[in-house]
Design a binder for this molecule. Structure first.
Ligand code: NAD
Length: 290
């Protein structure tokens, strides 16, 4: 049996001899709309990393739909206003829970109804339960997997169905974590969900690649958001001490800002990333190397 890049070649996937035909540019680098009117949907974007991504993709030229749960409606309205003031374009608010299938379907339908397309899906929404494994309950495990993993799966599924129907490729982008590359004390459930997002991202990349849909995830280290501060408190009690510890450990001597992650997502969303798929890219100022 021949194995190439870890994939066995069976009868349906034989080595083909004969002249090699180079892919035409539209196939190997789809003319994906960037800075010229594509449509991006960012979940969990009332604050933190999701908000920074929505603002960045809006300034890159995308039409933007933003999402969060209903208790975050006021914050979503502020983000919508910021996008509209900075770009002069209307942003769409989609309130809903990414872990509820009907919500995800309905939100994607409303994005397409408003902007006639969906080109970039950023499955950013997530939660971060912390604590010693032996203090965690099955309910906490189920909630974290429901939001982080089922939520990402539903976003990939319904966005890709729309992108396949459109026939012009697309970008699916998920949120993993440093904790999705290396287990961490007091973050066992969270780390397990973020490892799962890597597996999902790799598998989705293999399935959707033939439609010119790329699938990647960002993998931040500590980024200064509400989630990171709450996690630092839950883990160490003293937020400042934990943040200082990360500052001293990171190669670049600081913890990240949401805009650092948005810079990476801007590239992943662009036409320039067409040959990059199935990857989970660390963005952590040099905390862990893989
Ligand atoms: N901040 C970090 O240090 C860090 C590090 C690694 C990975 N991440 C990941 O990046 C993503 C964003 O993190 P953040 O720091 O901005 O967190 P955050 O808590 O500041 O923001 C997350 C947002 O997601 C929303 N959300 C939660 N559950 C939802 C649901 N079911 N449906 C819709 N929205 C929901 C929240 O209401 C919140 O507004 C998360 O997936 C997180 O796990 C963050």
């Amino acid at each position: 049996m021949i194995v190439l890049y870890g994939r066995p070649l069976d009868n349906k996937n034989q080595l083909v001899s004969g002249p090699y035909k180079r892919a035409e540019a539209p196939n190997n680098c789809p003319e994906f709309p960037h800075m010229s009117g594509g449509v991006a949907f960012v979940t969990g974007s009332s604050q933190g990393i999701g908000k920074a991504i929505a603002l960045r993709l809006a300034s890159d030229g995308f039409e933007i739909a933003i999402n969060d749960i209903d208790s975050k409606l006021l914050a979503l309205e502020t983000v919508k206003k910021e996008i509209e003031e900075s770009t002069g374009k209307q942003a769409l608010i989609c309130v809903g829970d990414v872990s509820v299938e009907e919500n995800v379907k309905a939100m994607i339908e409303s994005v397409v109804k408003t902007f006639s397309s969906l080109d970039v899906m950023v499955a950013n929404a997530g939660i971060c339960p912390c604590g010693p494994l032996n203090d965690m309950s099955v309910e906490e495990w189920e909630r974290a997997f429901t939001v982080n993993v089922i939520g990402t799966f539903l976003c990939y599924k319904y966005a890709s169905l729309q992108m396949i129907a459109q026939g012009k490729g697309g970008r699916l982008i998920g949120a993993s974590s440093n904790a999705g590359k290396q287990g961490q004390r007091m973050m066992g459930i969270y780390a397990s969900t973020k490892f799962a997002i890597r597996g999902l991202t790799q598998s989705a990349a293999l399935e959707y690649g033939k439609h010119q849909i790329t699938v990647n995830a960002y993998c931040p280290g500590p980024i200064d958001t509400e989630m990171a501060r709450k996690a630092a408190q839950d883990i160490g009690g003293d937020i400042e001490a934990v943040l200082n510890m990360y500052t001293q450990t990171a190669a670049v001597g600081r913890i990240g800002e949401p805009a650092d992650v948005a810079n990476l997502v801007s590239f992943l969303a662009s036409k320039h990333s067409g040959y990059l798929t199935g990857q989970t890219i660390s963005i952590d100022g040099g905390l862990i190397f893989d």
